[in-house]
Design a protein around this ligand. Structure first.
Ligand SMILES: CC(C)(COP(=O)(O)OP(=O)(O)OC[C@H]1O[C@@H](n2cnc3c(N)ncnc32)[C@H](O)[C@@H]1OP(=O)(O)O)[C@@H](O)C(=O)NCCC(=O)NCCS
Length: 156
């Protein structure tokens, strides 16, 4: 069965993984021509998650690590980075499941807020899953326009 068919009929599971497991999808969807590694990827406190279809191929990745929020003062802020799903499974809930699992784990570690530099093309996704847009558009090279977004924890 193709990955796309499996994603439509199968179960998407989320698991914690090491950084290297997320690199192929990062390379394909996010970091073309740029180094795959992001600062603190291998730090013990950095949380990497992967989505698999029926326990098989990795079809989504994301990472979370503690970092002050540029737009809100206070402790307990974590940054979301490296978010991507395989184009063959988009719109099927893998992205939502990844972020939801991450927010639960971050909250369990005492996190009170998760923020991200959201690509303009992904702002609708983050809004759909509960994030708020808190900035005007700004340019982050070499990718392009972004907006600051955040969600407070725990989710009620
Ligand atoms: C953005 C991305 C992670 C979304 O992943 P996904 O697997 O399609 O997300 P889901 O299927 O869980 O979508 C959840 C909801 O958001 C909606 N949605 C998904 N992408 C959207 C977008 N770009 N704009 C608006 N809504 C979107 C879905 O339709 C779905 O809506 P529903 O609640 O009605 O079902 C994926 O498109 C992607 O990897 N894009 C390329 C890389 C990228 O831009 N990453 C983000 C960097 S900041």
């Amino acid at each position: 069965m193709s990955t796309e068919s499996a994603a439509r009929t199968g179960t998407i599971t989320i698991e914690q993984v090491d950084a290297a497991t997320t690199y192929p999808l990062r390379a394909q969807e996010l970091r073309q021509g740029r180094p795959l590694e992001i600062d603190e990827d291998d730090a013990p406190y950095t949380l990497h998650l992967a989505a698999r279809v029926d326990g098989g191929e990795v079809v989504g990745v994301v990472r979370f690590h503690p970092r002050d929020c540029p737009w809100r003062e206070g402790e307990g802020s974590w940054q979301l980075r490296g978010m991507a799903t395989d184009p063959r499974v988009r719109g099927l809930g893998a992205g939502r499941a990844l972020v939801a699992a991450g927010l639960t784990r971050v909250a369990a570690r005492g996190g009170q807020l998760v923020w991200c530099d959201a690509r303009a093309s992904a702002v609708g996704f983050y809004e759909r899953i509960g994030f708020s847009t808190v900035t005007e558009e700004y340019d982050l090279r070499p990718v392009g326009p972004h907006r600051g977004m955040l969600i407070e924890l725990p989710i009620r």
